[in-house]
Design a protein around this ligand. Structure first.
Ligand code: UTP
Length: 300
């Protein structure tokens, strides 16, 4: 029996310039969405998907990431003494089910470069890549990754890339993929024929956008080694995936189901949207936010 996939690489070293000044001294991956930082949702999703070894790619000004996932005996005993069961339960994520590894990308040279730093960690194993600034919302947020890992293994894939449909006028913001056939069915891997990073406005070949979750075989690291920096000097993960496709390696797109959605906090518009949706859906405080928004909408 083949071993399950247990390793995930989580790039979280980007500069987050589009979110300045919020990200001047704070990682964008640690911005709160509702009651948790973005990265905690990502880690919980990975743990639920059975990924036990997590390599976080961090960098300068990112040390709070390690602190967030580290034990804090003093805080825990203070809460115990105060009998604050609710807050103690909120900190239960620390006693998580994973081993955390960290490496630093001191100079952010692109997502592809960040992922390449995980080559030794992955070794000969298939591994997941999950972007630290993007959340999956679904009844079961780990369901897409679980299905992608299974499909990856069943098909002996070199890469399984989550995609979502985006409005045509927004396609220029994303990595856009082309696949065999017209419209891929959700949840069924479809062979990818091309991938382009941020196509110029009006030139996107499809509206299928890369959606922050990937499963790779070790072939990705060799492709990343051969990937040249783009015009901006960054090594793009999409360019390495394109090399795999051109080499004839089996690369697939996996489309989210309609009730599965990717949110990212990469710019203020998407961050605000993400925060509002999470605050509205919050099981503890959502009813207050809904009341507030209704009153506000009335004023507007
Ligand atoms: P982005 O390209 O959206 O992040 O990367 P960025 O570079 O921080 O954004 P701007 O353009 O400066 O605002 C998506 C994910 O990949 C990570 C980021 O931390 C984010 O989680 N990333 C990106 C790296 O780890 N290293 C990089 O060199 C680039």
């Amino acid at each position: 029996m083949t071993q399950p996939i247990t390793k995930a690489i989580v790039p979280a070293a980007g500069l987050g310039t589009r979110l300045l000044p919020a990200t001047k001294s704070q990682p964008k991956e640690m911005l709160p969405v509702g009651r948790k930082p973005v990265l905690q949702y990502v880690v919980e999703e990975l743990q639920e998907a059975g990924l036990r070894q997590l390599l976080l790619i961090t960098g300068r000004r990112k040390r709070v990431i390690e602190d967030h996932f580290d034990d804090d005996p003093e805080l825990v005993s203070a809460l115990k003494e105060a009998g604050n069961e609710t807050l103690l339960a909120d900190l239960a994520y620390i006693a998580g089910k994973s081993f955390f590894f960290y490496t630093r990308q001191s100079t952010p040279m692109g997502l592809g470069h960040a992922v390449s730093l995980g080559a030794d960690f992955a070794g000969d194993d298939d591994c997941v890549v999950a972007l630290g600034d993007s959340l999956i919302v679904a009844d079961d947020p780990a369901a897409p990754l679980r299905a992608m890992m299974k499909a990856h293994r069943d098909l002996g894939a070199a890469a399984m890339v989550a995609v979502e449909k985006v409005p045509l006028e927004e396609a220029y913001r994303y990595g856009i993929v082309s696949v065999v056939g017209a419209e891929p069915p959700p949840g069924e891997p479809v062979a990818m024929t091309d991938i382009v990073e941020k196509p110029p406005v009006g030139r996107a070949p499809t509206t299928l956008a890369v959606a922050a979750r990937y499963v790779f075989s070790p072939a990705i690291f060799e492709a990343l080694d051969r990937t040249l920096p783009d015009k901006g000097g960054e090594i793009q993960l999409t360019d390495a995936i394109r090399l795999l496709i051109h080499k004839g390696e089996p690369v697939y797109a996996w489309l989210f189901y309609p009730d599965q959605r990717r949110y990212d906090v990469g710019n203020f518009e998407s961050y605000f949207r993400t925060f509002i949706d999470f605050a509205l859906a919050d099981e503890r405080y959502g009813y207050l936010v809904r009341k507030y928004i209704k009153a506000k909408a009335y004023e507007l």
